[in-house]
Design a protein around this ligand. Structure first.
Ligand SMILES: Nc1ncnc2c1ncn2[C@@H]1O[C@H](COP(=O)(O)OP(=O)(O)OP(=O)(O)O)[C@@H](O)[C@H]1O
Ligand SMILES: O=P(O)(O)OC[C@H]1O[C@](O)(CO)[C@@H](O)[C@@H]1O
Ligand SMILES: [Mg+2]
Length: 434
């Protein structure tokens, strides 16, 4: 259980340098300008309906501070991108670079190559000095201009490198693993009493990072997933007893599968990791699917990659370089089980299996994600320049917030099966309430 004391952000010291940012016109019009340290955002803004009355937890509002810890003209910053790709990584790199160099006047911004590996000179490539020419066109491209990687590096080696390069602020773009790595690095630098700010920026198409209502890349992933579901629907509808089966990413959480099902409106079954569905027997998935095909002549099924793992109990899964468990392939397993089920009943049908895989994440960000990327990147710069460290930029209730990384990684965000999104899925699919 997170307590208020777990939500206090660490600082490197007194902010003594005046910010070069200018908000005079906002001030004149009575608008918001600098954000003070006392401004906080409530984590839970709902009440009533039988909820227990509690003192609400609050988080630090992110945003530009009037006084900075780092003197912008004498600051060196660096950016690293880790883990799997997500639409918008390049947009964040670009916004972080421009905010630092154009608005704060930071003279040196380094791009660390291929994730945390680039902080270990024994195995990584040298960092690149970012400049306008390099950064200006990257937002039109998918992927990350800096490269990424999985797999651990020793925090002592990374801290040595950071100190040797005189890096003052490191921006760590990545998912839960990246934020854990950032926390280890922060602790090592703290142990050395090094005045280095570590600022995380959450990246995941899976949308499964706590304290982030919607991470960048998620909306683009839904757009791409929607295209695939549309194709599955056309194929299913135009075949004799057609079934379109679509597997989508989401190893721990079903946000992509659920979100894309609602976007598409054509899905009849959505299978997610949060709800272990019965496969066989009355009311199970196969019987329900058969019933739907008998009644309507076709069906569309969307399955998240992390769904149905209970069906593989006893199998020792492999792990990737970062230690993430590799799931058994629920997509091809369901494809084969569906075919076998209909064959046993001598019920003619046509199954089309679509696995868009990386197609939904290695693409440029859509308009909404581009917007989120810019906001995330610039808020991260404000936090770093103010000397906040061991912190990740979050977003709740439309407010950007500074969240201590231990609080972020202490819990995993999964679909709220009593919430609006899942209710939406049930209303669209009218599938059984497993
Ligand atoms: N528990 C951990 N402690 C320290 N470092 C970690 C930890 N977990 C992962 N890392 C490091 O963080 C980097 C990225 O981790 P990982 O490959 O798990 O991706 P991620 O950031 O979780 O992104 P995603 O899973 O969304 O692709 C890797 O270099 C990995 O070794
Ligand atoms: O094949 P890779 O690069 O390890 O990435 C796969 C993983 O990426 C994710 O989309 C997370 O970004 C997961 O849903 C998926 O398991
Ligand atoms: Mg991860």
């Amino acid at each position: 259980m997170i307590e208020q004391k777990d939500l206090l952000v660490s600082g490197l010291g007194d902010p003594v340098h005046p910010s070069p940012l200018c908000f005079e016109s906002a001030k004149r019009h009575g608008g918001r300008h600098f954000v003070s340290e006392s401004e906080r955002v409530r984590l839970d803004i709902t009440e009533g309906g039988g909820r227990a009355v509690q003192t609400p937890l609050t988080l630090e509002e992110a945003g530009p501070r009037e006084r900075l810890f780092f003197d912008p003209r004498a600051t060196t910053a660096a950016i690293v991108t880790c883990g799997g790709l997500s639409p918008g990584l390049n947009n964040v790199i670009r916004s972080v670079f421009y905010e630092l160099s154009e608005n704060y006047g930071v003279p040196k911004v380094l791009g660390i190559r291929n994730g945390y590996r680039g902080l270990n000179p024994a195995v990584g490539k040298r960092p690149i000095l970012l400049n306008r020419e390099l950064v200006e066109p990257i937002d039109k491209l998918g992927g990350t201009a800096l490269g990424s990687s999985r797999g651990p590096q020793d925090p002592r080696v990374m801290a040595d490198f950071i100190e040797a390069q005189a890096i003052d602020i490191l921006f760590c773009l990545g998912g839960d693993g990246t934020q854990r790595g950032a926390h280890d690095l922060h602790k090592e630098l703290q142990r050395r009493e090094a005045k280095v700010a570590i600022v995380g920026i959450p990246k995941t198409i899976d949308n499964d990072i706590s304290f982030v209502h919607q991470s960048f890349g998620f909306a683009t992933a839904l757009d791409k997933a929607h295209e695939v579901i549309q194709a599955a629907h056309v194929e299913a509808r135009d075949a004799v007893n057609g079934i379109g089966l679509v597997k989508l990413m989401g190893r721990h959480a079903g946000f992509i599968a659920a979100g894309a099902s609602v976007v598409s409106q054509e899905v009849n079954f959505t299978l997610v990791p949060e709800i272990p569905f019965p496969l066989e027997g009355k009311g199970g998935f196969l019987e329900s699917l058969e019933d739907r095909v008998r009644r309507r002549g076709h069906a569309v099924v969307v399955v998240a990659e992390g769904a149905g793992q209970h069906l593989f109990e006893g199998k020792a899964g492999e792990r990737d370089a970062s230690g993430n468990l590799q799931h058994e392939d629920i997509g091809t397993y369901l494809r084969d089980r569906i075919k076998a089920h209909f064959a046993e009943r001598e019920f003619e049908m046509t199954l089309k299996y679509l696995d868009p895989s990386y197609f939904i994440r290695s693409v440029p960000a859509n308009g909404f994600d581009r917007f989120v990327c810019d906001q995330m990147g610039r808020h991260a710069v404000h936090a770093g320049m103010a000397g906040k460290t061991g912190v990740m930029i979050g977003m709740e209730h439309g407010h950007y917030i500074n969240v201590p990384i231990p609080a972020v990684v202490s819990r995993t965000k999964t679909l709220d099966v009593g919430g609006d999104l899942w209710r939406g899925v049930l209303q669209v699919t009218r599938q059984p309430r497993w």
